[in-house]
Design a protein around this ligand. Structure first.
Ligand SMILES: Cc1cc2nc3c(=O)[nH]c(=O)nc-3n(C[C@H](O)[C@H](O)[C@H](O)COP(=O)(O)O)c2cc1C
Length: 209
């Protein structure tokens, strides 16, 4: 059997890019003082929207929490250990999934005739498909933010019902992950990152059959 492609293709991508996206990318608690323009997040979104999703459903919905007034509304719904760093982050993204993602199917999946009508009475199928693909899109979002030089602190330590009541009352979106976003933390900030913990090796996590 001949295996080919991956090593050559990796070599053609700059080592620097791979390091930024993967090897040196670190979850961070703090950021530099520089503001993040929501327009930068819009640019990131333009790129990450090409992620594959089931039925091309694209159920991910984002709320950019940018003003101090909006941060004040988010704070009480974060777990105490996540609260201060969320209030201090230049921008915080509430990543959610839309239970009515199927309304867009006539445009997003015109080849699936009647799919919207079939899913209308089936909220459980919409939840399963919507959550699955939204989490996949969130992975793309994290990598996309890093590709633009931003740093991220994803969190699930929060009260999703409270966040939904506060920010999604009109849309019905369901909070999945909240992500603090900003520019590279100051080098002398000891609280910014934790020392890297272990990662499973290929042999630990994979099988070849
Ligand atoms: C879905 C998800 C939820 C997380 N929730 C929290 C959280 O509530 N609070 C927190 O401080 N870190 C949280 N983290 C951060 C992880 O602990 C961190 O990404 C992981 O330990 C890897 O750290 P590293 O990137 O520095 O190697 C979360 C990460 C993910 C992806």
């Amino acid at each position: 059997m001949v295996f080919h492609g991956s090593v050559d293709e990796r070599a053609s991508l700059h080592e620097e890019v791979l390091d930024r996206l993967f090897v040196e990318a670190h979850t961070t608690n703090t950021f530099s003082d520089e503001a993040v323009d929501p327009a930068v997040i819009a640019e990131v979104y333009e790129d990450i929207r090409w992620a594959p999703t089931q039925m091309n459903a694209q159920p991910l919905r984002l709320t950019l929490v940018h003003t101090s007034e909006a941060k004040r509304r988010l704070g009480p719904h974060m777990r105490p250990g996540n609260r201060d760093k969320t209030l201090a982050a230049p921008i915080t993204i509430i990543a959610a999934w839309d239970p009515t993602w199927h309304h867009h199917l006539p445009v997003l999946a015109p080849h699936r005739e009647g799919a919207r009508e079939k899913l209308d009475p089936d909220p459980e199928a919409r939840r399963e498909i919507g959550q699955r693909s939204a989490y996949l899109q969130i992975g793309y979002l994290i990598i996309g933010l890093r590709a633009y030089g931003l740093h991220v602190g994803p969190m699930t330590g929060l009260n999703p019902t409270g966040v939904d009541e506060e920010f999604h009352a009109e849309t019905g979106w369901k909070t999945a992950v909240v992500i603090n976003v900003g520019w590279k933390p100051n080098a002398d900030d000891a609280k910014a990152i934790r020392p890297r913990a272990g990662r499973l090796s290929f042999d630990d996590a994979c099988q070849i059959v």
